[in-house]
Design a protein around this ligand. Structure first.
Ligand code: NAD
Length: 319
């Protein structure tokens, strides 16, 4: 009898700092039987794969290979971390145009293989490129996901855990909107083990002047990537873990609520733009957008993010 078993296969396009760290984290978690890495720089991807594969005796069972286009055909998840870097003097819009063209080229290869995978975009600006990927692929919106503010929400939880001196796993907190400068903290949804965060900090937190600190924490979340890039040139470990969390949720059909970037179609009063809101994620990708009861101020912040992203999409369309 023919076996029904299929290896869980993840293809990573872009084997740079983010792609390779994600591959390393994914391999260690034992969430996939096959990990294929692809990159336009052939020597570089050969080197990354050899280095990763030499750890095979120490991972749970997994095969790590250099991928080819045909690997898209039977992948469960395809993660795009490929990105052009800003050249000296280059405008953000020009970089955006180059990355949009690159994403469209990658999507063409994936679609040509009649892939049924879930597509996860991490390349920045992630919300705009998720929209470009979704429209260019013609795939259902649940199957094209941006990593969005999953990383930012984890930075937020980390900082709250540190300030409140409590285990981060007891901190439930969400950064919504653009993965970028207009993102904001949904304070109305933030709690520590079911206790609203303000109440928790007033009662149990070691922190004086909490209301002032709230703003400083959000600013710290927004500045995190800038700080890390100033120190070491790239961010890779936490995004590697965030991508592993999203991909694990898909491969294990976990139905986790994650702040991934998705196309809104009237939810929160917003249409025709991708940004991060809480979403139910499982084997089909995004199964449901969760419409939380956010405050009017938070709704305004979400609309502001949406209009910034719509402007960027408009500029891209008319450039
Ligand atoms: P990197 O320069 O180290 O790696 C990018 C890789 O993409 C390079 O190896 C390059 O050769 C490859 N590449 C370029 N064009 C390609 C193509 N058409 N096909 C296949 N490979 C191609 O960069 P990085 O530090 O790994 O960052 C990658 C992207 O991830 C950037 O856009 C970065 O801004 C983004 N990023 C996103 C988040 C997030 O939260 N979404 C966090 C960190 C970084």
């Amino acid at each position: 009898m023919e076996s029904m078993w299929k290896p869980r296969k993840v293809v990573i396009v872009g084997a740079g700092a983010v792609g390779s760290t994600f591959a390393y984290a994914l391999a260690q978690r034992g969430l996939a039987e096959e990990i294929s890495l692809m990159d336009v720089n052939h020597d570089y991807v050969e080197g990354q794969v050899l280095d990763l594969a030499h750890g095979l005796p120490f991972y749970p069972s997994v095969q790590i290979r250099v991928g080819q286009n045909h690997d898209f055909a039977d992948a469960q998840v395809i993660v795009v971390t490929a990105g052009a870097k800003q050249t000296p003097g280059e405008t953000r819009l020009n970089l955006l145009q180059r990355n949009a063209t690159m994403i469209k080229g990658i999507i063409d290869e994936i679609v040509a293989q009649q892939s049924q995978a879930i597509l996860l975009i991490a390349t920045n600006p992630v919300d705009v490129l998720t929209y470009v990927a979704l429209k260019h692929s013609g795939w259902p919106k649940g199957r094209v996901i941006g990593s969005g503010t999953v990383l930012d929400s984890s930075r937020f939880r980390y900082l709250l855990g540190q300030h409140c001196n409590v285990d981060v796993s007891n901190v439930h907190a969400y950064i919504l909107g653009e993965h970028g400068d207009s993102e904001f903290a949904a304070w109305s949804m933030t709690h520590v083990a079911g206790v609203p965060v303000d109440e928790y900090c007033a009662k149990y937190g070691p922190v004086a002047n909490w209301s002032h600190l709230r703003e400083a924490i959000v600013q710290d979340v927004k500045d995190s990537a800038y700080h890390i890039i100033n120190y070491k040139g790239a961010t890779n470990y936490a995004i590697g873990m965030a991508l592993t969390r999203i991909v694990g949720t898909i491969l294990q059909d976990q139905n986790s609520i994650l702040t991934v970037s998705t196309l809104l179609d009237g939810e929160y009063g917003i249409k025709d733009v991708c940004l991060s809101v809480p979403c139910l994620v499982g084997q089909d990708g995004i199964k449901q957008i969760v419409e939380a009861k956010i405050t009017p101020g938070e709704k305004e912040a979400l609309s502001k993010s949406a209009s910034i992203l719509q402007d960027a999409l408009q500029q891209l369309a008319t450039a």
